[in-house]
Ligand binder design. Structure first.
Ligand code: G4P
Length: 280
């Protein structure tokens, strides 16, 4: 497969399978904790997430907040609260802050459903929650944090054929310990390229040079990036030559440069960015 153009390849068959799997998992829970990458508050979600979740209550976490600019992220939180109607929080799953507020909110959001079950004559039971999100947004890190102080595995539920492991977080909440993966549909190429910036699409689906070039175009307006690389304008050649990432004969090694630039961005060395446009 030729991948030197700016194009992210996607596989409808894999996506259909992942969607089926996600729907199966969703059928088991009362409340959904959706994790997005705070650097892409819109692009790291499904446009039709509401359709996928149906009436299930949802809590939204903008994770990797440590890689974004705080004041800008606050505006996104306000915007998303209004546009989704969900509680929205920022998280840093690598940081030390505990996530008990996530547990509290998940329990509160499930209460209506639990009350409805009790109205039908059933005994009160713990609410069931799961974490969903695109690849690499930090779902497993969030699950680890939520379950850190309570490692009570309670096994697969009766009637559930697949191996789904649950963890009792407290008497009011059980969490599915495997995340639901929202497949990154890449029919929207602009969104797909942004997802490649943050490693939410597999490296096999694109070649680094055009993706790093697209990233540099987006970062052109930030002087600190030019300063970081010691260049007057951002291009693979300019950065390669400035950093001496050259091949034999002195020609710019653009492939190596592209890989390094993507790594620098992903690890926050180029600064703190949100790469979606906040809608007015
Ligand atoms: P996933 O389940 O959604 O696929 O994501 P996962 O938790 O595996 O996290 C993907 C990568 O993102 C991991 O880095 C993880 O450490 C990092 N990560 C998760 N949450 C945060 C966050 O809030 N801030 C930052 N800066 N990074 C976060 P990795 O390089 O794959 O592994 P490692 O660095 O943990 O060894």
């Amino acid at each position: 497969m030729k991948k030197d153009k700016l194009h992210i390849h996607w596989y409808p068959g894999h996506i259909a399978k992942a969607e089926r799997q996600l729907k199966e998992q969703l059928s088991l829970v009362d409340v959904v904790i959706e994790v997005r990458d705070a650097r892409l508050p819109l692009s790291s979600s499904y446009t039709n997430i509401k359709k996928l979740l149906g009436e299930k209550p949802r809590l939204l976490l903008l994770n990797k907040a440590d890689l974004t600019e705080k004041n800008e992220l606050k505006k996104w939180v306000e915007y998303l609260k209004i546009s989704t109607g969900c509680p929205v929080f920022v998280t840093d799953a690598k940081g030390t802050k505990d996530l008990s507020f996530v547990i509290k909110n998940a329990v509160e959001l499930s209460e209506l459903k639990i009350q409805a079950l009790m109205a039908k004559g059933l005994l009160r039971r713990a609410a069931r929650a799961m974490v969903v999100g695109m690849p690499n947004v930090g779902k497993s890190s969030i699950i680890n944090k939520l379950t850190k102080s309570s490692k009570t595995k309670i096994g697969a539920k009766a009637g559930v054929t697949r191996q789904q492991q649950w963890v009792r977080i407290n008497p009011n909440l059980e969490l599915l310990d495997t995340p639901g993966i929202i497949p990154t549909r890449q029919d929207n190429q602009i969104q797909a390229v942004k997802l490649a910036f943050v490693s939410s699409v597999s490296e096999n689906a694109y070649s680094p040079e055009p993706v790093a070039t697209a990233l540099l175009e987006m970062l052109e307006k930030y002087p600190q990036v030019k300063e970081y690389y010691g260049v007057d304008f951002l291009s693979l050649d300019a950065v390669a030559l400035s950093r001496n990432w050259v091949k034999k004969g002195g020609e710019a090694d653009t492939e190596r440069t592209a890989v390094y630039i993507l790594k620098d961005f992903r690890e926050g060395r180029l600064g703190l960015f949100i790469l979606d446009e906040l809608p007015q």
